[in-house]
Design a protein around this ligand. Structure first.
Ligand SMILES: Cc1ncc(COP(=O)(O)O)c(C=O)c1O
Length: 324
């Protein structure tokens, strides 16, 4: 058994998602720039239109079940992909699901919120954009539900705890198997980064495997230094639970593709979303995967990767946003 599988074996997980995810060679970009560019379709992980959060939920929901919890609380913005996936996976696992959603309740629900309503989960709106206010509201809700006898499993924004990050430790092992299958060696893995869990899990996986490449997180919400320290803290805790250590020098976040703020469209992101749709039939979104793809395209144009190198772009999902 490989080290990653061996170390993960002691953590309970659900295995209901559609894994492993497909990997496409992005022909035009590869041929144009002389770099082998691949896209891993983590938008196809199953449950509620898929996305990176399914992998975290595999471990989080199994943890909830191992603690005999019957109720789930997930936190996020009105358009949260994590909440939509927690709602769909949580319902399928037989749990009562509550979503604490930041931002005033819109008159006409669209995108993820519409799906949350379809799933029949309880939505609690908090009219604030401050993540701290959302967390306080979720704590109060947990107390209220507990006083009614519910056993609650409360997850932070993005499900980014050491337990949730195990989903991307596992994904890292899957990427190593993708490499063997495709007969390539990636020199870099690039993805959208926001609540740190995806990047932290990949870095912990890298530490376990002793992989020499770069994990590049493209920040869509936070300044570089802030996100780097969150990623390091979570990667450190995740790796420690697995008996490994992450070096701070491995943490790389690029804030240059975020634009003026979270969820504000940039022309480069619009170009990337259009290019992926028209050339590859792959739908990105304007909040996460489109900004990471904008970074990928810019890096290729600027010659950041060596000619002949292979790079992997993880499509982390989010394309329900196209229906907002
Ligand atoms: C579509 C999509 N991509 C990327 C991310 C970033 O993942 P993480 O929060 O683990 O950094 C998110 C998180 O909300 C997301 O919804």
């Amino acid at each position: 058994m490989d080290t990653i599988r061996e170390r993960l074996a002691s953590f309970p997980r659900l295995r209901n998602s559609l894994l492993p995810t497909p990997v496409h060679r992005l022909d035009h970009l590869s041929d144009e720039h002389g770099v082998e560019v691949f896209c891993k379709r983590d938008d196809l992980t199953g449950f509620g239109f898929g996305g990176n959060k399914t992998r975290k939920l595999d471990f989080l929901l199994a943890h909830a079940q191992s603690l005999a919890c019957d109720t789930l609380i997930a936190i996020g913005a009105n358009q949260s992909n994590f909440c939509r996936m927690a709602a769909s996976y949580g319902m399928a696992a037989g749990l009562e699901v509550h979503l604490v959603l930041g931002g005033a309740e819109p008159e006409t629900p669209t995108g993820n919120l519409r799906l949350d309503h379809l799933l029949g989960v309880r939505c609690h709106h908090v009219d604030s954009t401050d993540w701290g206010d959302w967390a306080c509201a979720a704590e109060r809700l947990e107390e209220e539900l507990a006083s009614r006898g519910r056993r609650v499993y409360r997850m932070p924004v993005g499900g980014s705890t050491p337990r949730g990050a195990l989903g991307y430790v596992d994904a890292f092992g899957e990427i190593l198997r993708d490499q063997s299958r495709l007969d390539v060696e990636f020199s870099a893995i690039l993805h959208a980064s926001s609540s740190a869990g995806t990047q932290a899990g990949l870095l912990a996986g890298q530490a376990l495997a002793g992989w020499a490449g770069e994990v590049l997180g493209i920040s869509v919400a936070k300044p570089q230094t802030e996100l780097e320290s969150e990623v390091f803290e979570l990667a450190h805790a995740t790796a420690a639970d697995l008996g490994a250590a992450v070096e701070a020098s491995r943490v790389a976040v690029d804030e240059c593709y975020m634009g003026p703020a979270y969820a504000v469209r940039t022309p480069e992101c619009e170009e990337a979303v259009t290019l992926f749709a028209q050339r590859y039939g792959i739908f990105l979104d304007y909040v996460y995967s489109g900004k990471a793809a904008a970074a990928l395209i810019d890096y290729l144009r600027k010659g950041r990767f060596e000619k002949g190198a292979a790079v992997l772009f993880i499509h982390t999902g989010g394309n329900v946003e196209l229906f907002e």
